[in-house]
Design a protein around this ligand. Sequence first.
Ligand code: HEC
Length: 204
Amino acid sequence: MNMKAIAGIAAALACSAVYADEIRNYRAEAVAMLKRDFKTKGIATADRVHEDGLQAVCNRSGDNPPKDVAARLEKDQLESIKYPADGKLMGDWKAGEKLAQSGRGMTWSDKAGVPGGGNCYNCHRIAPTETSFGTLGTSLYQFGKTRGSGPDMQKYVYGKIYNAKAFNLCSAMPRFGHAGALTEQQIKDLVALLLDPQSPVNNK
Ligand code: HEC
């Protein structure tokens, strides 16, 4: 190997070292900024900005952890899902539609225990009657019609809303049940919105 090639490799290594340092500094700066600016106020407690173990694994791997690690962590998340004791997973789709529309709740001015909204349209197309929706998540229009609405599908949808990361470790979808953002009844109502044949998701 000639000197020019060695110098080239050394320069490339130096560059990647500088780049890695910058990434580390940005992370430290961002964490410091979050800790500085997010203060506990009312029910909005500062622990919301703490990264948990699963988020750390996703954040450190660019949302692409080794498959065996992801499988093990997804299994843990799956086992932590609490299904309703009465075994009924379908609620009222009309209440579900209102919840899907509402992005309210969990701010410092809200009272503890007051149920918030699901914010689903922010990321998903759902019923065709609502023309304003986000596209970060897949379209859920005609979900029940195309995927079925039997017991297995009800269980999947309930679990997915309760803890999306149990099925896709680095999912961008919030863990609504796991985080205590939605109650058991609210999740049932959303399951009905997606699966009930009478809901506008499936009958239009
Ligand atoms: C911040 C964005 C975001 C919000 C808010 C969100 N989701 Fe999702 N959702 C996603 C993404 C992204 C996916 C696809 C990746 C995955 O499966 O995790 C997804 C997937 C799903 C799936 C699985 C779809 C399939 O084909 O199996 C269901 C069901 C679902 N979301 C329902 C909901 C409901 C109901 C709400 C409201 C309570 C909601 N989502 C709120 C981002 C979001």
